[in-house]
Write a new protein. Structure first.
Length: 240
């Protein structure tokens, strides 16, 4: 890492249009960028995160006032973090990476085996220890994946209609009927299952928030949700 004086000198050059100074600053501060990117592991492909981190760093570099009297890193860290968070928020919240999908599959297989052996559903912390990853990775895998069924899965091959389409708020007689079907399907569920679907898909709650409200683990919510959606899909296929 560069010392404070060298960093300020390079920033002044970079802000004057010196591309070599820009490249050197990015290269020398790569450990800082990587340390921030690690916090978002699993939420995007690593290369994408690094690109966002570099963008945030560049914005910090070009916007930093060397007269601030503070170290550049103090200014750069929130800028880099903010760039990544802003992308995750504005670009559809979370893009599920291959890592998250693979982890979700492993979790599902592991939990199935635990249940077959009559063991209790593992907690987030226990899964984190089993798969040697952060608890945040476990939460992400559970909350962004549908291990059994997604509302985006096609339920009518001829019309390419998805379960999500049936919930769509469109002002047509057909969609009015679809909304009635959905309402009827949800209302026929047992109280606990109905609450999960309403909280997840009508009130946009995360699995973590639903788990907290129901007093169960997020792992349990994830598995219950998928079983409920599968049951709803089967009912749609029988009635349509």
């Amino acid at each position: 890492m560069l010392n404070h004086e060298d960093t300020l000198a390079l920033i002044n050059l970079a802000q004057s249009g010196d591309n070599n100074a820009k490249d050197k600053l990015i290269s020398e501060n790569m450990p800082l960028i990587k340390s921030i990117v690690k916090r978002f592991k699993g939420r995007l492909e690593y290369d994408d995160l690094m690109q966002l981190g570099a963008m945030g760093f560049t914005k910090a570099m070009m916007g930093f006032d060397t007269k601030f009297g503070v170290r550049f890193s103090t200014y750069a860290v929130p800028m880099i973090t903010g760039e990544i968070k802003r992308f995750l928020r504005d670009d559809g919240a979370v893009k599920v990476s291959r890592y998250a999908k693979t982890l979700a599959h492993k979790i599902s297989t592991y939990v199935d085996q635990q249940e077959k052996e009559g063991k209790p559903t593992p907690t987030i912390e226990e899964l984190s220890a089993v798969f040697e990853c952060d608890t945040g990775d476990i939460v992400l895998a559970l909350d962004t994946s549908k291990m059994v069924l997604s509302l985006n899965e096609t339920i009518d091959e001829d019309e390419e209609l998805t379960l999500g389409d049936k919930i769509a708020d469109k002002n047509t007689p057909e969609n009015d009927l679809n909304k009635l079907i959905i309402k009827d399907a949800v209302s026929s569920l047992p109280e606990r299952e109905r609450k999960i679907i309403i909280l997840r898909y009508f009130r946009d709650k995360t699995q973590s928030e639903v788990a907290a409200e129901l007093g169960v683990s997020q792992v349990q919510v994830s598995r219950l949700e998928n079983k409920i959606l599968l049951k709803m899909k089967e009912n749609f296929n029988e009635n349509n």
